[in-house]
Design a protein around this ligand. Structure first.
Ligand code: ADP
Ligand code: MG
Length: 259
């Protein structure tokens, strides 16, 4: 047999590879060698106790925090080296936070388009046409000229998802996007995320909604003390986790009737 050929770079390459990531705040090591990968069109869910580093990891991936060591490779490009154009990378990654932070003095349409127009120089026509398509997709086309304080939290979070999608990102990062919502509004936001997953959007999300995580994820990573203790399929992690820590965490959620 001939020697194996080098794979062409793009073929089968993961969307995101996080390798030995370390982040320390004031002598407190929050990420302690995180290693994980997300394949194209897959959903990776981060679970783990409060303070285990989920938000910090998502913020490092979005280049909102600078890691102290390790690397992040996005679509084959190392984005943690000095001199990387942060705006260029962020245009290809969308992020949605727990609190949607819409601008109260701008209507819904302008809230969706502002970042793309200012940070990414997207022409207004193009931005508005994309925004309307996205708002229609999440069932909010009729709210385009409405003000943020006139819509519900669930609607505002769907607007924030549109804002994150307007640059056609190749990766969407979602940090506890339903945690600030009244229980009856959670479903409408999870429904939008589920549809995005079905449409093939690559996503990395942190959530406490374990039923949803089990349902929507291709892979689940359990974080504890700044490390990924295990990354596997939802079926395995929710039925036969390898680590005692994972078992304890899920056990406590079952006791609290969160699963
Ligand atoms: P999770 O999202 O899993 O709850 P976080 O990533 O928010 O965890 O936080 C992990 C730890 O890092 C916590 O102890 C938190 O207090 C600390 N931390 C996060 N951001 C900062 C910061 N900017 N400065 C200092 N400590 C921080
Ligand atoms: Mg968090």
């Amino acid at each position: 047999m001939s020697a194996p050929q080098m794979e062409p770079l793009a073929a089968g390459e993961p969307c995101l590879v996080v390798d030995q990531l370390v982040k320390t705040f004031d002598h407190h090591t929050v990420l302690n060698g995180i290693t994980l990968a997300i394949e194209q069109h897959q959903v990776l869910t981060l679970i783990g106790p409060s303070g285990s580093g989920k938000s910090t990891l998502l913020r490092c991936v979005n280049l909102l925090e600078k890691p102290d060591a390790g690397s992040i490779t996005f679509q084959g490009e190392c984005v943690t080296t000095d001199g990387v154009d942060v705006n260029r990378v962020r245009r290809r990654m969308g992020m949605v936070f727990q609190s949607w932070n819409l601008f109260g003095h701008l209507n819904i349409l302008d809230n969706v388009t502002l970042g793309a127009r200012k940070a990414h120089k997207m022409p207004r026509d193009e931005a508005e046409s994309k925004a309307m398509t996205l708002l229609s997709r999440v069932g909010l086309a009729d709210k385009a000229t409405e003000w943020p304080d006139r819509i519900s939290g669930g609607q505002a979070q769907r607007v924030a998802i549109c804002r994150a999608l307007i640059t056609d990102p190749e990766l969407l990062l979602l940090d506890e996007v339903t945690s600030a919502l009244d229980p009856e509004l959670v479903g409408e936001v999870l429904g939008v995320i589920r549809e995005l997953a079905e449409d093939g959007m690559t996503m990395m999300l942190a959530t406490h909604e374990m039923g949803f995580a089990r349902d929507v994820s291709d892979q689940v990573a359990f974080l504890h003390d700044g490390k990924v203790l295990e990354q596997t399929t939802p079926d395995v992690i929710f039925t036969e986790p390898t680590h005692e820590r994972t078992r304890q965490f899920l056990g406590r959620l079952i006791e609290a009737r969160r699963i």
